[in-house]
Design a binder for this molecule. Structure first.
Ligand SMILES: Cc1cc2nc3c(=O)[nH]c(=O)nc-3n(C[C@H](O)[C@H](O)[C@H](O)COP(=O)(O)OP(=O)(O)OC[C@H]3O[C@@H](n4cnc5c(N)ncnc54)[C@H](O)[C@@H]3O)c2cc1C
Length: 272
């Protein structure tokens, strides 16, 4: 979708609402024009009369006529989006940003680390990789949520794990009745992680504090800054590098990111 005026949202109809967890819903949208995007690019989603907010589609770019946006209810716009129902019209601007550097992943191991709703943008990456697993050597997915009820995409996690080249490990923060899996924050899944560190790229998405501690853990495990891509989901407004809300040094996260190589930003203050 490329409207002549990049500030003008194009109509998109809500065709399905999926209740993922008590705080997270996925809106399945049918944009008036199929949304051609790369995994990791983001859109500005408008609730008419309320406002707009940035989200990274959680669905596969291979299905541009049906776009999933997975949304944590956190404030004004997201609360209205949680009230959306099938048939409602929203607005969509974008896509913006660069998207994940899929081309660099040929023959590589890929370590994907998600925290909470951070698995949503990563799902577009995972689905892109799953569509052509020959391209990569292996995919390791490490995912953490606060509690069992907040775990996203459980059925798909099982499908991903069924692939020989893919392993999925999930943890919740604290033990809970009925949970037989790992406990502890997601960084606990990264110590002695079973990947070939010399041939691996890491993609991390989650809350700011999770990005910080995950980066520290990966560096401590011997990864180089150049091997780590972070989803820097800061406040963004225009999406085109004009308003100056989201830059780290010379890097505009809306244009050069939102997934950015840690080596490019590591020396700037207040990165996290
Ligand atoms: C590129 C990008 C991709 C994103 N993808 C997703 C996604 O796939 N799913 C999803 O649920 N969320 C995503 N987000 C975050 C989402 O944009 C915010 O949650 C949303 O803008 C909040 O709007 P609101 O009006 O509901 O909240 P507000 O009423 O504006 O704020 C509510 C609270 O959230 C905080 N907040 C608002 N925006 C941000 C932000 N960008 N970063 C940190 N804190 C914030 C505010 O400080 C406040 O505490 C993404 C953000 C960016 C920049």
């Amino acid at each position: 979708m490329t409207p002549d005026d990049p500030y003008l949202p194009a109509p998109a109809e809500v065709i399905e609402v999926i209740e993922e967890t008590p705080t997270i819903k996925t809106l399945r949208l049918s944009p008036i024009t199929p949304l051609q995007f790369r995994a990791g690019q983001f859109v500005q989603l408008t609730v008419p009369g309320v406002g707009e907010a940035p989200f990274t589609p959680s669905s596969s770019p291979l299905e541009p006529e049906r776009v999933d946006i997975t949304i944590l209810n956190t404030g004004t716009v997201t609360e209205q989006l949680h009230r959306a129902s099938p048939g409602q019209m929203l607005g969509l601007r974008g896509p913006f940003g660069k998207g994940y550097p899929i081309e660099t992943l040929a023959g590589k191991e890929v370590l994907i680390v998600g925290g909470g709703v951070g698995l949503a943008p990563l799902r577009a990456l995972i689905q892109t990789l799953m569509a052509d697993l020959e391209r990569v050597k292996r995919v390791s997915i490490k995912y953490g949520a606060r509690c069992m009820e907040e775990l996203l995409y459980l059925d798909q996690q099982k499908q991903w794990a069924d692939e020989d080249k893919v392993d999925v490990t999930t943890t919740i923060d604290r033990p809970q009745p009925g949970w037989g899996g790992r406990t502890g924050v997601v960084t606990t899944l990264l110590t002695d992680v079973d990947v070939d560190k010399s041939n691996c790229f890491c993609f991390v998405c989650g809350p700011g504090v999770m990005l910080k501690f995950t980066t520290q853990t990966l560096l401590g495990e011997g990864f180089e800054p150049e091997q780590i891509y972070l989803s820097m989901n800061r406040r963004m407004s225009c999406g085109m590098g004009h308003c100056g809300r989201c830059n780290i040094g010379p890097h505009y996260l809306c244009k050069d990111g939102p997934d950015i190589n840690y080596a490019l930003i590591k020396d700037y203050p207040d990165v996290f």
